[in-house]
Design a protein around this ligand. Structure first.
Ligand code: NAD
Length: 324
């Protein structure tokens, strides 16, 4: 890990927020046991290692593990014993284990519950979680105005929206006053099997909105171990990613490293949010970023994988409800 320690992880500005996020962000859904069980001591050690290697951005949600991820992340951040302004925390509202509720009343209550679980006085970013499952007009007319009040109250610093279909972002951003929504979090749309987020980046830049891209490993598709049972991809997409992972392994390459480097190489994206549940994964993902900065991408293998993934390129899966 000498390389990871000798070169600091790059910090990138997040839209107009003034925040600078580490290029590798810490996705805390695995701390809610979403990808298999993780002990509290492993979670604390993983977060500690991430912070030690320069990761300053941590993302969670009350939905992950039915509030477990927030609780465990809160414990792990406290255990760092560093000033609060040395790390940036994002959580979410509107999606819970028992369903979706983007009402002003629920999201206003939600932040107090999240702050208590996280043991924090404020979060840096509060994001409406998977808005395609709610009414986008409610998000515009009710949820975001409620979040603006939370901003005024000092409970949150910035407002974000998250979800899978890319058109939800333009729908909302075209209808809210400028500089109301500070951040979008897109997932599974900037990786080696699907990079369609790229087309939206100029629009987001023109709106001054910061971009977080999550799930560079396509929620496990681009790993040697493969995805969890609940993964929504088609059997065809799963099979192609499995073949690509096996091809890399055969050549002595690691598909997760290549996938991280591919996602990290677009600097219009502020941070690549990857879910991690072990010191080893933190070490590998930070090393991938450092190697990208010093040596560059393995273009040859990436192009070979591209050929394997060609038949399923940009294939995604349905998410959300029909909007009126
Ligand atoms: P991901 O693509 O980051 O993959 C995570 C999986 O890859 C986990 O099983 C993890 O243990 C494994 N992994 C991590 N590093 C690895 C490595 N070097 N080698 C092999 N395996 C490795 O998917 P994700 O966790 O779903 O996404 C990242 C984060 O982004 C989430 O934790 C969450 O914070 C956020 N996110 C948000 C939304 C949303 O708001 N709707 C959706 C998806 C993700």
């Amino acid at each position: 890990m000498a390389a990871a320690n000798s070169i600091p992880l790059e910090l990138r500005p997040l839209g107009n927020t003034g925040l600078k996020l580490s290029s590798v962000g810490f996705g805390a859904s695995p701390l809610g046991n979403v990808f298999g069980p993780v002990s509290e001591s492993d979670a604390i050690a993983t977060v500690r290692q991430a912070f030690r290697l320069g990761i300053n951005f941590f993302d969670t949600s009350p939905y992950y593990g039915g509030t477990l991820s927030e609780k465990v992340l809160g414990i792990a951040l406290k255990a760092l014993e560093v000033p609060r302004n040395e790390y940036i925390v994002a959580t979410k509202c509107g999606r819970y284990m028992d369903g979706f509720d983007f009402s002003a009343e629920r999201v206003t209550r939600s932040i107090d519950e999240s702050l208590e679980r996280l043991q924090l006085d404020y979060v840096d970013i509060l994001q409406c979680h998977d808005i395609e499952f709610g009414s986008l007009d409610q998000i515009v007319n009710e949820t975001i105005p409620a979040l603006l009040k939370l901003k005024e109250a000092g409970k949150i610093r910035f407002i974000g929206i998250t979800g899978l279909p890319l058109e939800i972002f333009t729908y909302v951003l075209d209808r809210v006053p400028p500089r109301t929504v500070d951040v979008v979090l897109s997932y599974c749309h900037y990786g080696i099997n699907d990079s369609t987020l790229e087309d939206l980046l100029p629009y987001l830049k023109s709106k001054g909105v910061g971009v977080i891209s999550a799930s560079p490993l396509s929620m496990g598709l681009l790993t040697e171990n493969g995805p969890p049972e609940w993964h929504p991809a088609s059997p065809e997409l799963k099979a192609a990613c499995k073949a690509a992972a096996a091809y890399c392994k055969e050549k002595g390459r690691n598909i997760s490293k290549l996938a991280m480097q591919y996602s990290l190489s677009n600097k219009d994206i502020s941070t690549i949010l990857v879910g991690m549940n072990s010191i080893q994964q933190v070490d590998e993902n930070v090393a991938a970023a450092v190697e990208l900065a010093t040596i560059g991408k393995d273009e040859k293998t990436l192009s070979e994988i591209d050929d394997i993934l060609k038949p399923v390129k940009t294939q995604t899966w349905p998410s959300g409800i029909q909007q009126s």
